[in-house]
Design a protein around this ligand. Sequence first.
Ligand code: ATP
Ligand code: MG
Length: 328
Amino acid sequence: MIRTRSLVKDFVVGRGRTVHAVCGIDLDVAPDELVAVLGPNGAGKTTTMRMLTTLIPPTSGTATVAGHDVVAEPAAVRRRIGYVGQGNGAGHAQRPRDELYTQGLVYGLDRRVAGRRADELLESLDLTELGTRRVSDLSGGQRRRLDVAMGLVHAPSLLFLDEPSTGLDPHNRANLWQHIAAMRAAHHMTIVLTTHYLDEADAMAERVVVVDHGRVIADDSPDALKARLAGDRVTLTAADPAATARLLARVLGAREVAVDGETVTARVADGPGALPELLGAARDTGVGIRTAQLDRPTLDDVFLALTGRSLRESTATDPTETEQKDAA
Ligand SMILES: Nc1ncnc2c1ncn2[C@@H]1O[C@H](COP(=O)(O)OP(=O)(O)OP(=O)(O)O)[C@@H](O)[C@H]1O
Ligand SMILES: [Mg+2]
């Protein structure tokens, strides 16, 4: 559904300064996949989406979306995709059903089909009761569901969602996800989304693409990323921390072993399997372990391992910016 090679976007921001927003992204997305793109503020997620949805042209590189080149055949791409941008899309003074109906006409549906489609979408996104209210009277969660409905009017086979759940309370987030999952199952849609909620990406996406400074720094299933890059964290308290640390390294090949007072922490590849093995070895060798705690890694641990920064706190590390050299 998507294939990009060396995709680049530079923004010239005046006085010969250039922001390198996207610095050579290679991305492949297969039909029916749900891919979550993660990265700190300013990483280049929205810019990438805007190129893939033909809203802005790439500076260089290639992108094929739903079988069509984004530069050579933008109209063909647009017919196949839906896009829900980072802000709200529906006009505040409008009414949800009218907005969906008009959107259908814009996409070339005839009046009857557009009307039916509007009603189906209102129903499947739980908005039927609200169809004739003003958009400005809807709650944030209801409005975001309407945005998603707007992106689905022409039954796209590929849907882009830029931070669909940002700003929603946990209940509305869960509800939106339920609807997205149901739409996906019903229509065999490929979905590419961005989110700052790592738990959400972990639970919903089969694949996570981590972007930092305009580059892809990891691309795999959440489980594979966590297993490969982070491992499980073991925290032990022991009478002899030094001996415990040695045991951890020797028996389990633990990494990042650290001792702080009576507490020993380390990373191990397979925590649930490793803990019984460790406790058995401790008993055999007479190393007394008092308490043992196991924490499964999060995607934030993955980002930390990759960049040395936490994704949760990591905002707006300056994008790569250069002074443009005068070519003449
Ligand atoms: N039209 C523009 N002109 C100049 N710079 C831009 C423009 N659009 C984006 N940028 C810059 O490009 C970089 C990437 O921005 P982008 O919006 O893609 O980030 P993002 O990963 O979506 O971040 P967020 O998580 O905050 O939404 C940022 O440094 C941003 O300031
Ligand atoms: Mg963005």
